[in-house]
Ligand binder design. Structure first.
Ligand code: SIN
Ligand code: CO
Length: 382
């Protein structure tokens, strides 16, 4: 499915990170990619993150997944919303909803959360730290958007949901299947199902906080540092006042910290690894049987399509001497003919590479390594 009535450049210029936008059904043809029963099935899986929110305006109770299949039969008349995180990791048809939004770089994309609500269901007025495209999949939902919030915005006392104490609606729309509402970070919003069978797909983005970046970067750097790498002062001169921390000492100390942080190449490599680390690293995607180099060669010679695992994260950084390919937190340094293939596998989630691209032996090894990490697979004929 593609967005045909949508101008990405105008959207980035006028709305992205700036203000909400309602996009009335811009698809060539909207087809709801997931059945509510399949969503309920995912919420019963132990490796899938899910929540069930029961109640409506004023009183909400939250249950965390994995849910027992019998739980769905016991839902009463009260409005309810089932929310399942990272459905794109498990359902390729849902993962396909990301492609139309790839005018935004992959590393900014988080995942697709899917909600299913009965009449009147919703998670209450709140704000998120991230941009989101809310695609109405099935049924109808009334969305209201409101004020810009921040860490000081008063919240209602609720242990699980970050509900806003005040909501000042500025706009309101009823979304029909295929309609999309873009909501920038920190804008108050509230969606309430109008009628049953209301499904919403949230294409969510991520943006690291400065504190998260510094904490993780420093943590990972410190792990590699040597205890002998230490302040030293062989040229120490006598000071008039021994109580003073001198300008010279401070300059050296400051340089010890900032010099280590300032290395752009190390930062680039670290960020590539960090930002492609899987969201759910505990989920094991590795194949039952390891793939051999011979099998890889055979598949590539036969023109078998390479399919990226939708749960895997791929990015590359252009380096002076080649390409650093990052897959699920691992760096593959491509310097020996595999550079073009690395760029291509980052651009396309399904790939029948041409013979020239696949020729270098380094590409065969790379494909084998990625296959054995569960990041790519060879398409099976059904
Ligand atoms: C929902 O799908 O019900 C909630 C999505 C959101 O507000 O971020
Ligand atoms: Co939200």
């Amino acid at each position: 499915m593609a967005l045909v009535r949508f101008d990405a450049a105008a959207f980035l210029r006028d709305y992205w990170q700036k203000k909400p936008l309602l996009i009335r059904n811009p698809w060539s043809q909207w087809i709801n990619p997931l059945d509510p029963d399949e969503l309920a099935g995912l919420a019963c899986e132990p490796e899938v993150e899910s929540r069930l929110v029961i109640g409506a305006q004023g009183s909400w109770a939250v249950e965390h997944g994995p849910l027992a299949a019998a739980r769905f039969a016991k839902l009463g008349q009260e409005p309810s919303t089932l929310l399942v995180q990272a459905v794109d990791h498990h359902v390729p048809q849902v993962a396909e909803l990301i492609a139309p939004f790839r005018f935004i770089p992959d590393w900014r994309i988080d995942d697709i959360m899917v909600s299913y609500a009965t009449d009147g269901g919703g998670v209450g007025p709140h704000f998120d730290q991230y941009d989101v495209f809310l695609i109405q999949g099935h049924g109808r939902r009334r969305w209201r958007v409101g004020q810009v919030c921040d860490a000081d915005s008063p919240l209602l006392p609720h242990d699980e949901l970050r509900l806003l104490a005040n909501f000042e609606a500025t706009d309101e729309w009823v979304l029909e299947p295929g309609d999309i509402l873009y909501v920038p970070p920190r804008i108050a919003h509230d969606g309430v199902a109008v009628g049953d069978d209301c499904m919403t797909y949230s294409v969510g983005f991520r943006a690291p906080s400065r504190s998260e970046l510094i904490a993780h970067y420093v943590d990972d750097m410190v792990a590699e540092m040597d205890d002998d790498d230490r302040y030293c002062d062989p040229e120490l001169a006598e000071q008039a006042n021994p109580g003073e921390i001198s300008v010279e000492a401070l300059a050296t100390l400051h340089q010890m910290v900032c010099g280590a942080l300032a290395d752009r190449q190390s930062f680039a490599r670290w960020f590539g690894e960090y930002s492609t680390t899987p969201k759910y690293p505990e989920v094991d995607w590795t194949p039952d049987e390891p793939v051999s180099l011979e099998e890889v060669r055979l598949h590539l010679a036969n023109g078998t399509t390479l399919v990226r695992n939708p749960a895997s994260r791929f990015s590359f950084i252009q380096a002076d001497e080649g390409v650093d390919l990052f897959v699920d937190g691992h760096c593959f340094s491509c310097r020996d003919g595999s550079e073009a293939f690395a760029r291509k596998i980052c651009a396309e989630s399904r790939l029948v590479a041409d013979a020239k691209l696949l020729q270098p032996d380094s590409v065969h090894v790379l494909v084998m390594q990625m296959a054995n990490r569960g990041a790519i697979a060879f398409e099976q004929d059904d």
